[in-house]
Design a protein around this ligand. Sequence first.
Ligand code: AHM
Ligand code: MG
Length: 353
Amino acid sequence: MNGQLGMTGKGTGEGYGVLTIQQHILQEQQKFPEASGEFSWLLSGITLATKQIQAKVRRAGLTDILGAHESGAENLHGEVQQNLDVFANHAIMRSLAVRDSVATLVSEENDRPVMLRHSTGQPRYAVIFDPLDGSSNIDVNVSVGTIFSILRLPATMDSIEDGLLQPGSAQVAAGYVLYGSSTVLVYTAGNGVHGFTLDPSIGAYVLSHENIRMPERGKYYSVNEAYRDAFPRPYREYLEGLRKGEFGRPYASRYIGSLVADFHRTLLKGGVFLYPPTAEHRQGKLRLLYEVNPIAFLAQQAGGSALDGTEPILDLRPTGIHQRVPLVVGSPFEMQQFEPYRSRLREEQMVFA
Ligand code: AHM
Ligand code: MG
């Protein structure tokens, strides 16, 4: 593809051809003559909203937008919504609501799916998203992100929940935007994982990481160590194995506390990220539909894999749109080393500390 455009390599630079995400999607679409173009129109809604969100995030320290929303409203998980969460949610809703192909929107910030009524077109997609993941990190200037998952709804369904509760393997596309030292959009539509960096000088996401492959193994494990004693024994022993060099060499740890940022590092550098269950939170913290499924799809497309401890994430049949699930995701070597612990998690009664 680079050759086709006469590009010499990774391109965010000025003065030579850059491939924007829109061009990239159109090129990908040409491989599927039956594609109608509505999918690229839908994705452009996501890129537009995330540009608005990143602009707001970049100005967060300059405005009085930080802090709890005026109403002090809590979302259904009992967390105080922050202004930027609300802004991000509205930006995505606004942008996607006018896309004819979108039938329903599901957000971490809304307890129910939002149904869209279009006068024209054939709505067929559901967009499921976490508008601003890791938002408690904003007021200390730590990276946050937006995560999205796209499903095709069945032609007939008993209820909208019915259409939404599809396994992660049914996702037609998924991705995230990381508002870090630069703004990076990473997505897959089932044909590899591609990364784009926002070039602020032209306001466009340009291809910077084509066909990302996770390294075979990495140097880091990533977990909230403070909960370590509360994890079931096989998790504790796996972590001990990583720390003590039982899998070839001792690992170092990295934990940011923003899933998007922690996963982005794991995707590019390899290693393993875990959010195991604890006695208090038997399903961990992360949400299946708009956090874990998209991350698992990206990991799989990049050569890694993801488990809920025992089962492949992408095989799970969801039971609720805000369902939580434990997560172990990583590169091939670390996931291979996890296998004996996975068997023990299957066989042993869950023993928490
Ligand atoms: P949020 O959606 O309310 O921001 O919570 C999700 C975040 C993830 O980004 C991150 O992986 C996790 O919470 C960190 O949780 P903890 O503080 O328990 O380690
Ligand atoms: Mg979240």
